[in-house]
Design a binder for this molecule. Structure first.
Ligand code: SF4
Ligand code: SF4
Length: 489
């Protein structure tokens, strides 16, 4: 073990502490509380491949890609080996390269290899690792037996032909989401990942959150696309097609076009949608403001009567289904307000046909949303009047990016345009809906002004902000104490 000197400051004293190190590919690297070798190797600037390691999930160690050679111990999985001072670790040896290649070739031999038509093509980790390892041909006999795709969910498509059995979906669904809608079944070469009781994904307890698709390294779980339906509506001269954009989309889409993360590009999105043929482009932040007023008024009435408290927000359709399935006793505590997506859809369907002089059935409402659960919400029967849905189609941020790419627009060069009025108007409260804790902060701002009867000098409530999954805050308003809590995955 080599001891590296680091300085530690205590009061006015400076002491020298010996840092514990280990060797990675011949370079000494300090150990600073990393849970496993993989974390340490990544910190050292080396991206070892892995399908099944996610820092927020339990260690599974199934994909056998993050193998390393430890002197005196042989080849071991970096994800399941704790760092120890003095270890001599090699990340690239001929033997390791060959084992990685064999692992990938075995997966490819049992994979349908329909890459050009896969929704994950170009962002698939299996493709990426095969390319990096220089695999040009699979040495094993193909054993893949085609299986039917699962289209039972309105939010996601499950394609078992692309699954590499990494178990990421299984662990995120049970460990983070607390649902357990999907799990391993059978053993050995018959092992598969399936929704409970072999049903379709849309027939069980899945809450449509899309977290499994977010971690899936291949095209085995992907958001259910609605791009073709939207193109059809845009190309239909009889239809009037209206878009609404959720607050979170305006910062997420820029990354798909190489812009800095967090950069707001709402003007370019409006311009792109207008060029695609949308007749009106509205801002979901407008109805987020309506939700703020409704939820805050509902809360203040409940608080005055002391009933149905605590009040839970009802904006997230994944949370609503979760509560329906597992906590039906809590349903009276959920706000009775519609989500901003459904509010804007309902307002448009009620007012635009008269305003634009068009038949109601020719109006097509399209939402651009950051979450697959919004696809499920739009299809719920209670959000349709006389069989006409408030929102006809929901596109994810990636689906919109694909449409823009397909149309050939140079997104970065688009001249920004403004939302159509009046449903493009919003306040800062509507915009912060896209942030973690934003709904509560927006409701709090409105409630604070209503309770005190004064305009807030500073509308920020930093106590309610943060990224922690579970948070609590107490806010005092003219002697009234409000207690707030969040649970987010
Ligand atoms: S969408 Fe969410 S609830 Fe459904 S299987 Fe995936 S992670 Fe589980
Ligand atoms: S569906 Fe995707 S995340 Fe789940 S086990 Fe298969 S490859 Fe892994």
């Amino acid at each position: 073990m080599k001891l590296t000197e680091t300085k530690s400051f205590k009061g006015n004293m400076t002491t020298t502490v010996a840092a514990k190190t280990l060797s990675i590919d011949g370079r000494e690297v300090p150990i600073n509380g990393e849970r496993n070798l993989l974390e340490l190797i990544r910190k050292a600037g080396i991206d070892l491949p892995t399908f099944c390691y996610h820092s927020d999930l339990s260690v599974y160690g199934a994909c056998r890609l993050c193998l390393v050679d430890i002197q005196g111990r042989g080849i071991q999985g970096a994800c399941s080996t704790p760092p120890e001072p003095g270890l001599k670790v090699r990340t690239q040896t001929e033997e390791i390269r060959e084992i990685r290649k064999i692992a990938i070739e075995l997966l490819l031999a049992n994979h349908d290899q329909q890459c050009p038509t896969c929704p994950k093509s170009s962002s698939c980790q299996l493709q990426d690792v095969a390319r990096k390892l220089g695999i040009r041909k699979v040495r094993f006999k193909p054993v893949h037996q085609p299986e039917e795709l699962d289209f039972s969910s309105v939010s996601l498509v499950r394609d078992p032909n692309k699954c590499v059995l990494c178990g990421d979906c299984v662990r995120v669904c049970s460990e983070i989401q607390g649902v357990g809608a999907i799990d391993f079944a059978y053993r050995g070469h018959e092992a598969v990942v399936l929704p409970a009781f072999g049903k379709g994904l849309g027939e069980g307890e899945c809450i449509n959150c899309g977290q499994c698709a977010a971690v899936c390294p291949t095209g085995a779980l992907t958001p259910r696309p609605e791009v073709d339906e939207v193109w059809r509506a845009l190309n239909d001269p009889v239809k009037t097609v209206v878009a609404q954009i959720a607050p979170a989309v305006r910062v997420a889409i820029g990354e798909a076009f190489g812009l800095a993360p967090g950069m707001s590009v709402s003007g370019q999105i409006v311009a792109a949608l207008k060029r695609l043929g949308f007749d009106k482009v509205y801002d979901t932040a407008f109805s987020a403001d309506l939700t703020v007023v409704e939820e805050a008024n509902e809360f203040m009435k409940r608080k005055a009567k002391g009933e149905r408290l605590p009040q839970f927000t009802s904006c997230c359709p994944g949370w609503v289904k979760f509560a329906e399935q597992y906590f039906p006793d809590l349903l009276p505590n959920l706000s009775t307000c519609k989500s901003p997506q459904q509010m804007l859809g309902a307002v448009c369907k009620a007012t635009l046909p008269g305003e634009l002089g068009i038949p109601k059935e020719s109006l097509v409402m399209v939402s651009i949303m950051p979450c697959t659960a919004k696809k499920f919400e739009a299809k719920r029967p209670e959000f349709a009047e006389g069989g006409v849905p408030e929102v006809d189609h929901v596109l994810t941020t990636q689906e919109l990016a694909r449409m823009i790419e397909e149309a050939g627009f140079r997104f970065k060069e688009l001249e920004p345009e403004s939302f159509d009025m009046p449903l493009g108007f919003k306040t800062g409260a509507g915009v912060i809906f896209g942030n973690s804790g934003g709904v509560s902060e927006a409701v709090l701002r409105y409630a604070a002004e209503s309770v005190t009867g004064r305009k807030l000098d500073n509308p920020d409530f930093p106590a309610v902000r943060g990224e922690d999954g579970t948070r609590f805050a107490t806010v005092a308003l003219d002697g009234v104490q409000l207690k707030l809590g969040w649970f987010t995955a």
